[in-house]
Ligand binder design. Structure first.
Ligand code: THU
Length: 163
């Protein structure tokens, strides 16, 4: 028996102004997407903007439903839209942000597990790491260089083949 340790890494920025202008622009697109979210049940508005290798930006936001589980998170709305429209183009960066009607979000959004798995699929599919920029309304910004830093033990296609 042995106890192992796993190292993940991320970069923390004190504020948005420390980001490169390209990252700031992508985060701004995510903020604009969050404004258009359909979130009447949670009042929690999430926006995601993906920068593709070909320079195109694809956005998405959370889409809720009165049958709660039928709704979908912003990250998956955006990533599936990119997969549907640009199936062969790798995703370079995904910026995700959120705001609430009930309180002020002063820390970076932390994507749900299902979205991490979905993002990981596209990273593996394109053999190309995806950077993730996570922000709240204000406060620190977190940047991961790979989805593997967000979801180290993701379920991989090889595991399915060996089964
Ligand atoms: N939500 C997202 O869109 N992304 C996340 O990473 C976490 C949660 C949405 C789902 C739901 O519409 C609302 O936020 C509250 O959970």
């Amino acid at each position: 028996m042995k106890k192992l340790e796993l190292k993940i890494s991320y970069t923390e920025y004190e504020s948005e102004s420390e980001l490169s202008s390209i990252d700031q622009e992508l985060l701004q697109k995510a903020r604009e997407a969050s404004d258009l979210a359909y979130a009447p049940y949670s009042n929690f508005y999430v926006g995601a903007a993906l920068l593709l290798e070909n320079g195109v930006v694809v956005s998405g936001n959370n889409q809720e439903n009165v049958a709660y589980p039928s709704g979908l998170c912003a990250e998956r709305v955006a990533i599936y839209a990119a997969g549907a429209q640009y199936p062969n183009v790798a995703i370079k960066t995904i910026a995700v942000t959120c705001k609430s009607k009930s309180f002020h979000v002063d820390e970076p959004l932390s994507p749900c597990g299902a979205c991490r798995q979905a993002m990981s699929e596209y990273e593996m599919m394109h053999h190309s790491v995806i950077r993730t920029i996570l922000a709240g309304e204000t406060g620190k910004i977190r940047v991961m260089d790979s989805i593997a830093d967000l979801l180290p033990f993701m379920f991989k296609a090889e595991q399915l083949k060996k089964a």
